[in-house]
Design a protein around this ligand. Structure first.
Ligand code: FMN
Length: 227
């Protein structure tokens, strides 16, 4: 399988990417897949100009000459797209959002109504074979209210992807927290294995990955002790 990984953390030592790396390790355990990792912060991706030239040309590319067109080529040829990023202001970081905005050359102006009543732009080609997975880490200890907006946006943009939202993610890069972080990373490895065979994650697996590593009150106390 061709796996395109879009790493949206701007940090060299990303909390979220530790989970993604463990996931990829598990994914490749029983057969090596072609994994292409893009560190989006290092790419030259301008914001969308809203000119809709892409819809006039309909060739699957953007008129802006930067790194995005090469990413669009990888995007449409991928079997799996893994979006890995930290939660920023209840959404994805802006440099990654620029990349997402500029995937509109992959759809056309023409609108179609889905069976569930929603209206979408028709895809340029059949991208229904592409599986999307989102791994998002965040700094707050709770899930409720924190990830709701992101989850809705991902469900709408990607057509109900597998999405894993992990609270307390900074613990993943604190050496003293290894006792709780390592078991989570082991669960991500197992989840990668599961994904390689099923191309999806069971609700039980997602729940196990999203379970906070430590009780929220302990986490808040720990954060406040260093702030
Ligand atoms: C600009 C900014 C906005 C953030 N917004 C949120 C937020 O809305 N909710 C949250 O729980 N954490 C938020 N965080 C915390 C990060 O999601 C958290 O530190 C995460 O572990 C960073 O992951 P990374 O190391 O993979 O980049 C924010 C951090 C930054 C720098």
């Amino acid at each position: 399988m061709k796996i395109l990984v879009l790493n949206g953390s701007p940090k060299k030592k990303s909390d979220t990417f530790r989970m993604t790396e463990a996931f990829l390790k598990g994914l490749n355990r029983n057969g090596e897949h072609e994994v292409h990792i893009i560190h989006v912060i290092d790419k030259d991706i301008a914001p969308c100009r809203g000119c809709f030239s892409c819809w006039m040309r309909s060739d699957g590319h953007c008129v802006i000459q930067d790194d995005q067109n090469a990413i669009l080529d990888l995007y449409r040829n991928a079997d799996v797209i893994l979006w890995s990023f930290p939660l920023y202001c209840y959404a994805m970081p802006s440099h990654l959002k620029a990349l997402l905005d500029r995937t509109i050359p992959l759809v056309q102006m023409k609108m179609v109504r889905e069976a569930d009543g929603t209206v979408r732009h028709e895809a340029l080609a059949d991208f229904s074979k592409i599986h999307t997975l989102v791994i998002c880490g965040c700094g707050f200890p709770q899930w409720q209210g924190n990830f709701d907006g992101l989850k809705l946006m991902c469900a709408t943009c990607f057509g109900n992807p597998d999405i894993v939202c992990v609270p307390e993610a900074p613990l993943l890069n604190i050496p003293e927290a290894a006792i709780v972080a390592d078991p989570l990373l082991a669960r991500f490895e197992k989840a990668g294995e599961e994904y390689a065979s099923a191309l999806s994650l069971s609700p039980e697996t997602v729940a196990a990955l999203e379970t906070p590593m430590i009780p929220s009150e302990d986490y808040i106390r720990m954060v406040n002790s260093v702030s």
